[in-house]
Design a protein around this ligand. Structure first.
Ligand code: ADP
Ligand code: MG
Length: 261
């Protein structure tokens, strides 16, 4: 059976306003992600990876940027939605995790409260239900002593544990699509491996589509079914990860591969 992709990006071109007019930084991106599949977007710093993910989420300032093409989530073009409609999509259907969780966690609230609030807002749970469900989520992402740690603040967690909290928050609303923008880049290699394993495991259980952004081909090999290689705003190459590792066509992809130990 042929299933519809969860996410289908078509001719995505994103430009920013400059003194000299509009300047495109992402051009003609196109890829599909099916349920249960991980697509990696890889490329060096400044190649347009984050702009791609922010365009999918429509998180760029609409006055300073222009997003063209189509971003189709479960059959609906997000680029045609109202801002209100987009807020619902961001809360319920797509979740995002970033490189540095400290910037997206509120330092003034306990981590448990922040996870519980997602559940209260999106799953209409009572406070008690949300507390129990949040502790269960924290256990699921293997935060030890979740019951006690529910009442601790973000600064009391290590970088790896904070990223687990972010994953728990991201998955609390049970999104169809998870966008992970360099979620392991700031972590030690061992912790990095643990977080990748956790994302893979949760993805299999939930059947999510995952858009995984990284500059690291080693991480791509670990996690991605298919890979899009970006080079200076263009899509240099796309294919199964296996094919790209076996016989990359674009010289830039080969250069990236040469850097893998
Ligand atoms: P990366 O692949 O490292 O994630 P980005 O997607 O962040 O790269 O950036 C791609 C290009 O777009 C870079 O040249 C960056 O300077 C530019 N850029 C990113 N955000 C903005 C913005 N808000 N306004 C103008 N230019 C931007
Ligand atoms: Mg980036």
């Amino acid at each position: 059976m042929v299933t519809e992709p969860v996410l289908s990006v078509r001719n995505l071109t994103t430009s920013f306003r400059t003194e000299a007019g509009w300047k495109s930084v992402v051009r003609n991106m196109g890829f599909d992600i099916h349920a249960g599949e991980t697509v990696a977007v890889v490329g060096e710093s400044g190649s347009g990876k984050s702009v791609t993910s922010l365009s999918v989420m429509r998180l760029l300032d609409p006055h300073a940027s222009r997003i063209e093409g189509e971003v189709i989530l479960n059959g609906r073009n997000l680029l045609g939605l109202s801002e209100r409609g987009m807020q619902d999509v961001r809360g319920n259907e797509i979740a995002m995790i970033f490189q540095e969780p400290m910037t997206s966690l509120n330092p003034a609230y306990t981590v448990g409260r922040q996870i519980a609030e997602v559940l209260i807002r999106h799953k209409e749970m009572s406070k008690d239900e949300a507390r129990r469900a949040a502790i269960a989520m924290m256990e699921r992402v293997r935060i030890p002593n979740a019951d006690r740690r529910f009442d601790q603040y973000p600064h009391e967690f290590s970088g790896g544990m904070r990223q687990r909290v972010m994953i728990a928050m991201a998955l609390a609303a049970r999104p169809k699509l998870l966008i992970a923008d360099e979620p392991t880049t700031a972590l030690d290699v061992t912790i990095q491996g643990q977080i990748l394993d956790l994302i893979k495991e949760l993805q299999q259980e939930e059947g999510m589509a995952v858009l995984f952004i990284t500059h690291d081909m080693g991480v791509v090999a670990e996690i991605a079914d298919r890979t899009v290689v970006m080079f200076r705003g263009d899509q240099a190459e796309t294919g199964t990860t296996e094919k790209i590792f076996r016989d990359a066509a674009h010289p830039y992809s080969r250069a990236l591969l040469a850097a893998v130990p």
